[in-house]
Design a protein around this ligand. Structure first.
Ligand code: FUL
Ligand code: CA
Length: 703
């Protein structure tokens, strides 16, 4: 009894004492100010925006019905006729995919408005959909609200339909259009401005009044993030493949730059500028299909799971937000091939980031700012972005050691910088304890809001992170994960004369394939020896192990006709540095560039296919290397029986969006032609200054 009492008294004293100590320590900790912001810093809205990480883009409009990437504005609005449009289906899928918002192409370059705009006669009102009484922005903004998603709009000032485009009246008209969109559909989290600035219906180019356009946004949607090549809210990442630079600063110098042709070069947009004057973080946009708009021709070309994962790690994993385009189909619904893939993707992401193996674990740090708990190392493993560890001013480099307590299998490492005070880390390396010593795992540059490193599984109990920063580093989180192992996909190749080989990733694996566009199963045709595929088409393949129980992702390869009989009949005219063969060697990594510096250049290529063929289309693969400036933009295409008398079958064709998205182009003719010779003539290149043309590949599709 006595004993218990004294213990109680002692206990009480102890509590009072420690309470006193705690208060004293805490008040000291309150006195210690956080580091001063370093360089350009984000607005609160930009921080909130960055936390969204992943959201949906939807391209939808007349192009959905015409197989085009860029409509020319002369499309009959009656082509726009979705039979089953349901914006709630889009929102549900976006939500289930783990996305935070939807941005819709309210008006693309063809000028068609997805709402009945007062300022245009080329809108849903002129279409048969809902007898001209529909409004997609209204329906979608409501569906987003219902599903707890934010709503954003893409608007192209380039308008290939509006009769006033290219005149002094147009800027105000566009401002009115913008006003209409931004004042009628509730909150808009992001205003996406396309910088494209081409010719309108009168052949004139508009000089845009950006200050006017921005003022309309700020007036109506003061919290909206403005996207463009140079922000000011978020910047284009410099490609349409969803890949941010390994080095990715959220700061950018914009003085003297503009949009479109006036933008900083794509490499700079990809990496940002270290110590750049403005906080303009990157947004990586990419389509889940080869093009931005739906086409039935791409139903079996939806990006694979591994492609999507690679995009995720190269965007969200590199300090950029991911804007993934899921084009709505001709019914007005997201196609099941796309939604299935989105769910597969979400499942893998969830399984990967389900359990943070560093949570609550100790991190040994060399210094803590003012020795204050508030800036202590425990903040690094509390899964809270808003609490951080930082150091005393003057300390820019630090080595931290995460102690996992026991040997643990991991293959992902996440670092997060507390960006409200600026982006500071310049480079870092990671070592792990292998039982005997620390060995280097990776060495990288920037971190930013989030950096995810992927590596093959290691077993370790200690991870060491060595940081080099431009100012005292401020780190919110260190996390580690073990992503489920994936089975290597097979690798396909074809010889010039058309023999296909498929290699599985591992030894005891079995590989099956299909040639009809469907996903291969364990029961599909088994690959055992190279087979002939001269005619071309699509091959899909997959690796199976454990008697079909486990399998890889599906890989797809698309081949044009084999070109072993092809010759360029006119190459004597060209004075190329590179071999004309590069244009049809079945390898899109080799490019024919038509000019040696200072010499006249060939603007065309003509090919003898060696036999009479029936053709209904051709393909052009632009260069992805240094010679991109010479990629063909406008062109004529001819066929011939004898290589002398040519019939022009495509006149003034245009590879829409080839500059920003240099992917293989397929051009379908109005009918089928019989020919032995083909000729592609360039009328202009993506860079007007390029006085050569680049052809990575020309092909013919099988008929
Ligand atoms: C580009 C446009 O030209 C494409 O058609 C697409 O809308 C892409 C997202 O932006 O600038
Ligand atoms: Ca934290």
């Amino acid at each position: 009894m006595m004993k218990k009492n004294s213990l109680l008294i002692f206990g009480r004293k102890y509590i009072i004492l420690s309470l006193f100590l705690f208060v004293a320590l805490e008040s000291r900790s309150q006195d210690i100010l956080p580091p001063k912001p370093y360089g350009a810093i984000p607005t609160d809205n930009q921080v909130e925006w960055q936390k969204m990480e992943y959201y949906m883009f939807i391209h939808f409009g007349p192009n959905t019905f015409t197989d085009k990437e860029w409509g020319d504005g002369s499309e009959d609005p009656r082509v726009f006729n979705p039979t089953n449009l349901d914006t709630r289906q889009w929102a549900r899928i976006a939500k289930e995919a783990g996305m935070k918002a939807i941005i819709i192409t309210a008006k693309h370059h063809d000028g068609f408005c997805l709402w009945p705009s007062e300022f245009s006669t080329h809108t849903v009102r002129e279409s048969p959909w809902k007898d001209g009484k529909g409004d997609i922005l209204k329906e979608l903004s409501e569906a987003c609200k219902e599903y707890g998603l934010k709503f954003g709009v893409y608007l192209s000032p380039w308008d290939r339909n509006h009769p006033d485009y290219g005149t002094s009246k147009y800027n105000q008209i566009f401002a009115n259009t913008l006003q209409e969109v931004l004042s009628n559909y509730g909150e808009v989290f992001e205003q996406w401005f396309d910088g494209a600035n081409g010719e309108g219906p009168n052949g004139k180019i508009q000089k845009y009044d950006w200050p006017l356009f921005h003022s309309v946004v700020y007036k109506n949607q003061p919290n909206a993030i403005i996207f463009s090549d140079i922000g000011p809210g978020t910047r284009w990442i410099g490609n349409e493949s969803g890949i941010a630079g390994e080095t990715n600063w959220s700061t950018l110098n914009t003085e003297g730059f503009g949009l479109g042709k006036l933008a900083p070069n794509q490499k700079v947009l990809n990496t940002g500028n270290e110590n750049g004057q403005n906080w303009i973080p990157g947004e990586a946009d990419v389509s889940i299909r080869p093009g931005w708009f739906y086409s039935p021709k791409t139903d079996n070309k939806v990006k694979s799971l591994s492609q999507l994962l690679n995009i995720y790690y190269s965007s969200v994993g590199r300090n950029a937000n991911l804007l993934l385009n899921v084009p709505v189909d001709r019914r007005g619904l997201i196609h099941p091939n796309d939604s299935t893939r989105l769910m597969e993707f979400r499942n893998v992401i969830d399984a990967t980031f389900k359990s943070n193996l560093a949570k609550g674990k100790k991190v040994l740090v060399p210094n803590t700012r003012g020795n204050a708990k508030k800036y202590g190392a425990q903040n690094l493993t509390d899964e809270n972005f808003d609490t951080y560890w930082t150091v005393d001013d003057g300390i820019n480099n630090a080595t931290l050691t995460l102690d996992l307590g026991k040997r643990t299998e991991i293959n992902r490492l996440v670092l997060e910088e507390y960006i409200p005070l600026g982006q500071r880390i310049k480079s870092f390396s990671v070592d792990y304890w292998n039982g005997d010593e620390f060995v280097e795992l990776d060495k990288q540059t920037t971190v930013g809001y989030k950096r995810i490193l992927t590596f093959s599984t290691i077993k370790t109990d200690k991870i060491r992170i060595n940081i080099v920063a431009n100012a005292a580093p401020i780190l919110s989180e260190i996390q580690v994960y073990k992503a489920p192992e994936i089975i290597e996909s097979p690798v396909l190749s074809r010889t010039k004369d058309g023999l296909i080989s498929i290699e599985s990733g591992s030894t005891d694996a079995m590989v099956t394939y299909t040639t009809d566009g469907t996903d291969p199963t364990f029961q599909s045709k088994r690959f055992d020896k190279p087979f002939n595929f001269r005619k071309g088409g699509i091959i899909k393949s997959r690796t199976f192990i454990n008697n079909g129980k486990d399998f890889s992702d599906v890989v797809m390869a698309e081949y044009d006709m084999a070109t072993d009989k092809w010759k360029s009949s006119e190459n004597s005219k060209s004075v190329a540095d590179t071999d004309v063969q590069n244009a049809f060697d079945g390898n899109s990594e080799t490019t024919w560039v038509t000019k040696k510096s200072g010499e006249p250049y060939s603007q065309e290529i003509s090919i003898d296919m060696g036999e009479m063929l029936t053709i209904g289309s051709f393909t052009y693969t632009p260069s992805l290397s240094d010679s991109q400036a010479g990629n063909i933009y406008k062109y004529n295409f001819y066929v011939s029986d004898d290589g002398t008398k040519w019939q022009k079958i495509v006149s003034n064709g245009l590879f829409g969006n080839i500059k920003n998205n240099p992917i293989k182009q397929t051009v379908n003719f109005d009918k089928k032609y019989k020919a032995r010779f083909i000729k592609l003539e360039s009328l202009s290149q993506v860079d007007e200054k390029a006085d050569w043309i680049s052809i990575a590949e020309i092909g013919i599709k099988p008929e």
